[in-house]
Design a binder for this molecule. Sequence first.
Ligand code: PLP
Length: 390
Amino acid sequence: MQRRYFDYAATTPIDKEVLKTMIPHLEEDFGNPSSVYSFGRDARKSVDDARDSVAKIIGAQNKEIFFTSGGTESDNWAIKGVAYANKDKGNHIITTVIEHHAVLHTCKYLSKQGFEITYLPVDEYGLIDLDELKNAIKDTTILISVMFANNEIGTIQPIEEIGKIAKEHKIYFHTDAVQALGSVKIDVNALNIDLMSISSHKIYGPKGVGALYIRKGVKIDNLIHGGSQERKKRAGTENVPAIVGFAKACDLAFDNLDNYIEGSTKLRDYMIKGILESIDEVRLNGHPTKRLPGNVNVSIRYIEGESILLSLDLIGIAASSGSACTSGSLDPSHVLLAIGLTHEIAHGSLRLTIGKYTTKEEIDFVLDKLPGIIQRLRDMSPLYEIKEGK
Ligand SMILES: *Cc1c(COP(=O)(O)O)cnc(C)c1O
């Protein structure tokens, strides 16, 4: 059976070009970058070159890029590191209710350690209110952490305005840009970003590698202690093949950004239109235009997102839902509840995320199959029967 992948927000396939650049570093170029002889020096050079590529895609200096094990570690490091290093100045952190768990659970952990966390609400589209942000700022606020773009509903926050507010108040601004990288133009200076988390496997690079951008001068404690790698800020022997692959993925994303945004946005809007027109009682989640070029998220009434996923899987379509039943919990996603959906409607949510390999043919396949699947599931749904008055 031909499989069709619509879960690019969960992870992406590795680009063949990326893989090609990694192979030599898994074979003959295996040196430890900390070693003084030529094997080590070559590896060191590869890591430094990689740092240039990552810096370039976000407008940073190479010295401001620190390689990590991925988005989760970068989020943990940014938030805990800034919290611990600046606790003499204050204990207050502002974030939002729709962050990734890597941010939310880190904040929850810090709240048990005496830090005070404000979780900003969002409107029906998933956007924060800038006045609410300003009102939340106190003398003790040391960090604002607002994600660049949401992984579930695709909403892109007003990052430039948030950066301005943070700068005016001399508060550090961290953003989780894992979903935005490669999908949105990012310039850390124009946007006044002080710390930014990025990850390789969401942009066609290998898993288990990412980076934290730390603006020069930001006071931050180490998260991982040990050797003197990453300019004594992040210990542990560098994952050279993965770092090199991540860098290549950044180069490709950088070169292809305008193209990707244009093509993908067209496909996304074509898919959204197709779904909204062919199925009744369906709503688009997230903002119609301030939205990642690859994100489609809809709520379909009278059915469970999980059942749609299973039916789609049977015909080779990989997608994701907004309910977290798969993770052993019956609670719908915190993001869908935060934009005001009822539990019932949030449970019937479907996220289809497209990427650079998605074709119109694949989307047409989904558009062709989805209405029939929904009708079959609704015919079996007690909720739908009541609605139909049967
Ligand atoms: C995937 C993701 C993460 C986690 O990144 P990993 O590299 O998988 O640890 C964090 N934040 C967002 C918004 C993500 O989409």
